[in-house]
Ligand binder design. Sequence first.
Ligand SMILES: Cc1cc2nc3c(=O)[nH]c(=O)nc-3n(C[C@H](O)[C@H](O)[C@H](O)COP(=O)(O)OP(=O)(O)OC[C@H]3O[C@@H](n4cnc5c(N)ncnc54)[C@H](O)[C@@H]3O)c2cc1C
Length: 328
Amino acid sequence: MNAFMRAGALTHMMIGHNHESVVNVQPDWLQELPLRGRLSVEEPMARHCSWRAGGTAERFFEPVDLADLVMFLRAAPPEETLTVIGLGSNLLVRDGGLRGTVIATAQAFDQINWRADHTVHVGAGVACAKVAKLAARRQLGGGEFLAGIPGTIGGALAMNAGAFGYEIWGLVAGVETINRRGEIQSRPASAFQAAYRQVAGLDQEWFVAGILRLTTDPTAAARVRSLLTQRRVQQPLGLPSCGSVFKNPLGDFAGRLIEAAGRKGARQGGAYVSPKHANFIINDGTATAADIEDLMLSLQQHVVQQFGVRLESEVRILGERAAPVATL
Ligand SMILES: Cc1cc2nc3c(=O)[nH]c(=O)nc-3n(C[C@H](O)[C@H](O)[C@H](O)COP(=O)(O)OP(=O)(O)OC[C@H]3O[C@@H](n4cnc5c(N)ncnc54)[C@H](O)[C@@H]3O)c2cc1C
């Protein structure tokens, strides 16, 4: 990053009464910190979320590597709210925005090290699809289901992402984490409790890498192709969404319940329920985060009223709602 870009990231244009001035809006603890990654203020999170909607992050930091992140964490005061994200494919940031710093991992932590014992050490910022495809090319199986999950390994570890009956924690031999003090730890899978789309065991810390255990399988590439075809047939891919919005209730499917409640195609502002897959909400390009969240609430109400089942969000909703616009 050149000096101009850094200066641009550290300052913010204020437009006042008939004059413009450039003021530094970063807090004291960030001044003079020689970070190499991009740091910005009021970053539109729609750029970083697959729903392409939502508010801004007060601060946004893309470390270039682990050392850059460690420097940032050591300087951050305890009261600074920190949110680590991958590719934002399971995130809704409310229109009122997110306080503190969002740390994006997808540009850093991009190393993949294949080991002779069929394990692979993968940085948290590596895309799941890349791991599945490279593994299949090496005739390693077990991770084929990751091919269609459009997030990072870090996001998948945090969510216990899964598909077609498989979940990522079924492959995990161990992980590396970093905490608020910038300390890195190697931990076995047994230190975490993974369940359906949730993982317990992280305490003010984040994944920086995962070690996945794969198996020799010459048919892995064919299975990746077949699972991707299945997705293309069943899901509205290529449109702004977050994949499945709700978790499947025990013994049923959220999409089936929403469809049975007659809500396919239902709309709220610029957000609508996909006619192809009722558990997908699509942004038509004009949706606010409130449109999406309100549509989710309305789907939950319809399903609970008609079937007595309370749908639970799979999507992580962060930040504050926008303040209502004052009317005269
Ligand atoms: C078209 C489509 C299809 C999808 N299909 C599937 C599917 O089949 N199965 C499935 O499980 N999901 C699916 N998803 C949802 C999503 O891709 C997964 O949840 C994915 O694992 C999220 O990864 P991410 O990097 O985008 O995480 P983000 O959305 O950026 O973050 C998700 C959560 O993880 C946390 N997080 C991110 N990185 C880290 C880290 N390094 N350490 C600690 N916490 C972290 C965030 O704070 C947040 O709470 C789909 C989404 C889309 C858009």
